[in-house]
Ligand binder design. Structure first.
Ligand SMILES: Nc1ncnc2c1ncn2[C@@H]1O[C@H](COP(=O)(O)OP(=O)(O)OP(=O)(O)O)[C@@H](O)[C@H]1O
Length: 298
C-alpha cells in the first residue's frame, strides 16, 4: 500500500510567525505514530492540515494519495479527535454517538457501546454536564469506534484519570491488533504511550527534529550505573546526557550505541546498564536541538 500521508516542505505561517516550517515526512499504513513536541511546537497545526482544517501556506500534502481539501474520498477515511471538541448545547452522549455513526463508514456500534460501558459514560446525560475527563472519554470512544483508516488523537485525555488512560491504551492496542489502521497520537505523556508507538516524529519550533522508528530510538541511549569513579572513567569522552550521584555510587545516561569493546569495558568496571525512557531521550533532544539546522526527516 502507498503512504497514508506524504508531506514535503509543508509550511504554515500566521503573519510573521511560522508555526510549521518546511516539514517533510511520510506516514505509512497500519502503524501507530507518536507526534511529540513541546507546547506550541506545531503539532496541532500539522494535524489540522492533514485533516484539511487548515490550509498550508506552502509545501505539498497528500493524504491517501490525494489533496485532502473538500475531498470526501480522503476525509471519509479520517477521524480527528481533538482536546477541545465543541458539541451543540443540546447534545447528549447518545447524540454524539448517533452523529459519529453517520459520519464514519467503519463505525462499529456494538464496540462503541462496549466502550461507553468501559468508560462508564452516562448515555443520556447532556454533554455540557459531563466532567472534563468524561468529555475526553467521549472523544476516545468516537476515535476508537470510528475505526477510521487514519485516526488522529490530539492530546485526547485532558482530565482523564490514570485508570481511564490505561483503559484507552489497552483498548487501542487490542482493537488495532484486530483492525489494523494508522493512528497518530499527539501527547505530552511520552512515557505512558511509548509502549504503543511504532514510530516517533518530534517537532520543535515548527521543525521536524526527529523521525525515527521507536525501537531504534529506544536503543539510542542507555544509563550506566555503579561506583562513581568507574562511571566517570567509562563515560570519559562519551556524550553524557545526565549524571546523578548518591554517595560513592553514580549513574550516567549516555547517548549513542555501545560497541562490543564498550560493553567489555563496562563489565570490567563492574557497571550495570539500563535502558533510557523515550521521554528522557526526547526531552534531551528538544532541549539541545538547534532547530535552525534541524533535519527535515526522510
Ligand atoms: N490561529 C492561529 N493564529 C496565530 N498563531 C497560531 C494559530 N494557531 C496556532 N498558532 C501558533 O502556532 C504555533 C504552533 O501551535 P500548535 O497549536 O500547532 O502547537 P502544538 O504543538 O499543538 O502545541 P500544544 O502541545 O501546546 O497543543 C504556536 O506558537 C501557536 O501560538
Amino acid at each position: 500500500m502507498t503512504n497514508i500521508v506524504e508531506v514535503n516542505g509543508l509550511t504554515k505561517s500566521y503573519g510573521k510567525m511560522t508555526a510549521v516550517d518546511h516539514v517533510s515526512f511520510t506516514i505509512q499504513p497500519n502503524k501507530i505514530y507518536g507526534l511529540l513536541g513541546r507546547n506550541g511546537a506545531g503539532k496541532t497545526t500539522i494535524m489540522q492540515m492533514i485533516s484539511a482544517q487548515q490550509f498550508a501556506t506552502s509545501g505539498e500534502l497528500k493524504v491517501f494519495g490525494e489533496e485532502p481539501f473538500e475531498n470526501s474520498r480522503v476525509l471519509d477515511q479520517i477521524c480527528f479527535i481533538k482536546e477541545s471538541q465543541k458539541y451543540p448545547d443540546t447534545f447528549h452522549v447518545n447524540d454524539v454517538m448517533a452523529v459519529a455513526k453517520s459520519l464514519y463508514p467503519n463505525w462499529d456500534d456494538a464496540y462503541a457501546h462496549a466502550l461507553i460501558e468501559n468508560f462508564r459514560l452516562p448515555l443520556k446525560r447532556k454533554i455540557k454536564k459531563l466532567s472534563r475527563g468524561m468529555l475526553s472519554s467521549v472523544g476516545i470512544v468516537v476515535g476508537l469506534a470510528s475505526r477510521a483508516p487514519l485516526t488522529i488523537f490530539d492530546e485526547p485525555y485532558l482530565g482523564l484519570d490514570a485508570v481511564a488512560r490505561v483503559l484507552f491504551y489497552d483498548r487501542l492496542l487490542e482493537d488495532y491488533a484486530e483492525f489494523p489502521r494508522t493512528v497518530i497520537l499527539s501527547t505530552h505523556l511520552i512515557d505512558e504511550v511509548s509502549r504503543l508507538l511504532e514510530h516517533v516524529l518530534v517537532i520543535d519550533q515548527g521543525k521536524l527534529i526527529l523521525n525515527e522508528d521507536a525501537d531504534a530510538l529506544r536503543g539510542r541511549a542507555c544509563t550506566v550505573s555503579g561506583l562513581a569513579t568507574a562511571v566517570d572513567a567509562f563515560t570519559r569522552g562519551k556524550e553524557v546526557l545526565e549524571r546523578t550521584a548518591i554517595g560513592a555510587a553514580a549513574s550516567a545516561t549516555i547517548l549513542g550505541t555501545l560497541n562490543e569493546r564498550d560493553r567489555k569495558d563496562a563489565e570490567s568496571f563492574g557497571l550495570e546498564f539500563t535502558s533510557v525512557s523515550m521521554q528522557q531521550l526526547i526531552i534531551h533532544l528538544t532541549r539541545t536541538s538547534n532547530v535552525g539546522k534541524g533535519s527535515e526527516g526522510e
